[in-house]
Design a binder for this molecule. Structure first.
Ligand code: GLN
Length: 459
């Protein structure tokens, strides 16, 4: 197909998928402009591939709102480094996708612009916070999309929607142009229909960026050749991730995945990550603390709409702008984050959480040092839940991240692979690798992908 034909086809698919509410901005005119730009390139590893972006990744040719009223109408003066690299490789940026406001949430229900529908069942959520990107890939609108991870926001929706979701090691992909949530956790991450597609997109974006000093000065990632088998691979099963009360569909899908891994020659071993019970409470101190600091910049002066307030002084301007611009979940995070950082509480909350974060990272180091190459766990405790089920109780929403957020605290690479369906809804399995061993994880996932039937009912 010509790039122009891809642009036309993608526009038709985006229009047909409007009912999902998965996009916040796209236009046929900008798709056509992308096609004309791609035609001027000499080559490119992603030539002609349409890719959607979560709306917290900035682009100079479209708004970036983070699904928040506080950034309505904001257009960045530059492209994120990841986007610059994708464009240079020939990708067409197709759309900006709906998400939980400022990436805070696990369902997209915290979007200021309404929730995304799960492509297989509109009464359910696609997961979050990168739910719009996950839904577009699952619905076959685009072959790949970018999301962001602070604590599972790509792996969890990938699992709910039945697509591949890959979070790289922290520091492999530049955060320049990713709107900051928790700077020590944030990673641009990828959804794909296959491991190979996701690997190629990730490899294209990866590598040192002088504009983000937390990117590692090592060679960029090379999309690994898929493994044919898993002979000689030792896979650890952290026992804390297989609780007795695990959802029966998720448990059955994981049994099916373990059998596939054994059949490919892998050796499965029991391991322990003893600090796992503290991952959610630790994450929900560290992430809001960093968010409270990062979101201080939305003051009605530097970005977006301004509300001067009744008194007309600067304090009233801040209060009116932030009070109306931020939704309830974002305000809750700012309050929690400010509290845990405040004098007198810092040691009891933030300091303690930082020490626990080090222990959680050490759990993973010990497991890998004990001789396992990868870890295998469920990605989510249940398949996609119904809209409205968890909005009344924030903690129940936070618990949707129970299997994904420890890995973010440890900075490790991890992915979710679709491995079966339970009552028609997709279930994902999570593979976790040691730091900077993203390629090992992707090569093994490609072998598993070939033998598990992700469309099959697991019971
Ligand atoms: N659900 C988590 C949260 O609400 C993760 C978010 C993310 O990874 N961006 O913070």
């Amino acid at each position: 197909m010509s790039a122009a034909a891809v642009a036309t086809e993608t526009g038709a698919r985006l229009a047909a998928a409007e009912g999902l509410n998965a996009t916040l901005h796209w236009s046929q005119a900008s798709l056509d402009a992308e096609a004309r730009r791609v035609d001027t390139l000499a080559g490119g590893s992603l030539r002609g591939m349409p890719i959607a972006l979560k709306d917290n990744i900035v682009t100079a040719d479209a708004p970036t709102t983070c699904a928040s009223h506080i950034l309505e109408g904001y257009v960045s003066p530059y492209d994120a480094t990841a986007v610059t690299r994708l464009r240079a490789a020939g990708a067409l940026i197709a759309a900006k996708t709906n998400m939980d406001e400022f990436a805070m949430g696990s369902s997209t229900e915290h979007s200021a612009f309404g929730r995304v529908r799960h492509p297989l069942d509109p009464s359910r959520v696609p997961g979050g916070s990168s739910g719009g990107s996950a839904a577009l890939v699952a619905a076959g609108v685009v072959p790949a999309a970018l999301g962001s991870e602070t604590g599972g926001s790509v792996r969890q929706p990938a699992s709910f929607c039945g697509v591949v979701g890959v979070k790289p090691s922290y520091g492999r992909v530049s955060r320049f142009g990713l709107v900051a949530f928790g700077s020590s956790l944030d990673c641009i991450s990828v959804f794909g229909r296959s491991v190979d597609d996701a690997s190629k997109v990730l490899a294209t974006m990866s590598g040192h960026d002088p504009l983000d000093r937390t990117t590692l000065e090592r060679a960029p990632m090379v999309a690994p050749a898929p493994r044919r088998d898993l002979a000689g691979v030792r896979i650890g099963l952290p026992r804390e991730y297989f609780p007795a009360d695990l959802d029966s569909g998720v448990a059955a899908a994981l049994e099916h995945t373990k059998a596939a891994a054994r059949q490919l020659g892998a050796e499965l071993v029991d391991v322990s990550l003893p600090n796992s019970p503290y991952a959610v409470p630790t994450y929900y101190i560290v992430a809001p603390a960093e968010a409270a600091a990062n979101l201080a910049r939305y003051d009605g002066v530097r970005y977006g709409p301004r509300n001067v307030g009744p008194a007309g002084d600067i304090q009233a301007l801040y209060q009116a702008t932030r009070g109306q611009g931020f939704g309830p979940e974002v305000q809750r995070r700012i309050l929690v984050g400010t509290y845990v950082l405040s004098a007198g509480y810092y040691e009891a909350y933030y300091g303690k959480a930082q020490r626990m974060r080090a222990r959680i990272a050490d759990d993973f180091r010990r497991a890998f040092a004990g001789g396992v190459d990868l870890l295998l766990t469920p990605t989510t405790p249940t398949p996609a839940f119904r809209a409205g089920e968890k909005t009344a109780d924030p903690v129940s929403m936070y618990l949707a991240d129970i299997f994904v957020c420890a890995i973010s605290l440890a900075g490790l690479p991890a992915l979710s692979l679709p491995v079966g369906r339970s009552e028609g809804l997709p279930v994902g399995a999570q593979l976790i690798a040691p730091f900077f061993e993203d390629e090992r994880m992707l090569a093994a996932a490609a072998a598993l992908e070939r033998v598990v039937n992700a469309e099959a009912e697991v019971r």
